[in-house]
Design a protein around this ligand. Structure first.
Ligand code: FE2
Length: 180
């Protein structure tokens, strides 16, 4: 088993990939190696309370470590920038949507299992849920400043687009068993 990079060393390589001449393939290669290394690891790469830990936020990139609690479905949202999700533990399901007036229409369900990389285009609208029985773990990389971006979120009934708001995101999260 090879050594894992430290958090700072990893973020420096992500920054180098995203500011280099070919950001997408460079990041893809880097994340492919990282999920392979992490999937053989007995623990999460980083430990934190709650599902999300923000690791970096700057004009060229935003990076989160996210471990999804099983069977909590988060509401639909967009990012307005490309993203890569490097899933190294467990499974995650992403539902994709398209706009329908102020609301949304469900398009497709995508099931992902670790280790693997999911690439999201800048115009993707999705919601995520971990349908497994254990926490998932993934590194999320966004190609820009996600915190500062003007972007949208929808309620769980898919009726109304509104400006993204982190409190609303967690407030709209639902246990899968509670869904109609
Ligand atoms: Fe997302």
């Amino acid at each position: 088993m090879r050594d894992l990079p430290t958090r700072d060393a990893f973020l420096a390589t992500v920054r180098a990939a995203l500011t280099g001449p070919a950001p997408r393939p460079a990041l893809r290669t880097l994340l492919d190696e990282m999920v392979q290394a992490l999937s053989g690891w007995p623990r999460p790469w980083l430990e934190h309370a709650g599902d999300e830990l923000l690791l970096a936020s700057s004009p060229e990139m935003t990076v989160y470590h996210i471990t999804l609690t099983p069977r909590i479905h988060y509401p639909p949202h967009d990012h307005r920038m490309a993203a890569m999700i490097a899933l190294y533990q467990g499974s995650e399901t992403s539902f994709s949507y398209r706009r329908n007036g102020a609301g949304l229409t469900l398009l497709q369900r995508h099931d992902h299992a670790a280790p693997g990389i999911a690439e999201l285009p800048a115009d993707a609208i999705h919601s995520v849920v971990n349908m497994g029985t254990a926490r998932s773990a993934a590194i999320h990389v966004y190609f820009g400043d996600l915190i500062a971006a003007k972007r949208s979120i929808w309620d769980r009934e898919l009726r109304q687009e509104r400006p993204f708001d982190n409190d609303f995101y967690f407030e709209q999260a639902r246990a899968v068993e509670d869904e109609a």
